[in-house]
Design a protein around this ligand. Structure first.
Ligand code: FMN
Length: 205
């Protein structure tokens, strides 16, 4: 016997059925659940559907140097440690930009303010712009490295790439922060449920 989550995936195992009983059908409404005991059978599609429920800040990650000037939109950015200050960026390997980032050995993570939402589409390649056209859509400076620093970003982390680990389709770039600038904006941008949402600090009254 199997119970079916609304997403159409069967909860086939005893453990899966127990989970469904515990959560109840309402709790799993809209959730695609696939429970497997012996090996990973979570497809790319299901994994991506699940990750769409995990909100994340939106960044434009840039590099410049002998391998060229490139930038791409990324949400897979997270802090690793504050000593030494290190963050990681996950970048798809199937692009010229990936080779250039690794060859230049430096990058800047520019966290978008709500008002900069348009740049997310531009740097995700969703417009007609070539790479120079993408950079023409905003103003840029530099800090310590040569990587472009976005004017008006919530915060920009200027980094040297300290280590690269290849995992599946992506390169995990471990980056040591060599300088940063905190911008004037107070309204952030979150990508959640495949949509953009502005977020702001509210002071409890
Ligand atoms: C909101 C959002 C988040 C993204 N996050 C990532 C990411 O973390 N890593 C990545 O490699 N690509 C990410 N992408 C996709 C890249 O921005 C896009 O595939 C890339 O720029 C390829 O386009 P291009 O080859 O025209 O430059 C994201 C796209 C969007 C719209």
């Amino acid at each position: 016997m199997s119970r079916h989550a609304p997403g159409g995936q069967a909860l086939r195992t005893r453990a899966g059925q127990a989970l469904a009983r515990r959560l109840g059908r309402d709790a799993i409404t809209g959730m695609i659940t696939h429970w497997a005991r012996e090996r990973s059978v979570v497809s790319r599609h299901i994994y991506r559907e699940a990750m769409a429920r995990v909100g994340a800040a939106v960044h434009v990650v840039t590099t410049a140097g002998p391998a060229g000037r490139y930038g791409f939109t990324a949400s897979a950015v997270t802090s690793v440690t504050d000593d030494p200050p290190t963050l990681l960026v996950c970048q798809n390997r199937a692009s010229d930009a990936n080779r250039a980032f690794k060859a230049n050995g430096l990058l800047c993570v520019n966290t978008l303010a709500a008002a900069q939402e348009r740049l997310s589409a531009v740097f995700a390649g969703m417009t007609d712009c070539d790479m120079d056209g993408r950079f023409a859509a905003a103003e840029w400076g530099t800090l310590v490295s040569a990587a472009p620093v976005l004017a008006g970003a919530l915060v920009s982390f200027d980094c040297r790439i300290a280590q690269v680990v290849e995992v599946g389709t992506h390169s995990v770039l471990f980056c040591e922060v060599v300088a940063l600038v905190v911008g004037p904006g107070h309204e952030g941008l979150i990508y959640f449920g495949r949509r953009y949402h502005p977020v702001r600090v509210t002071v409890p009254g």
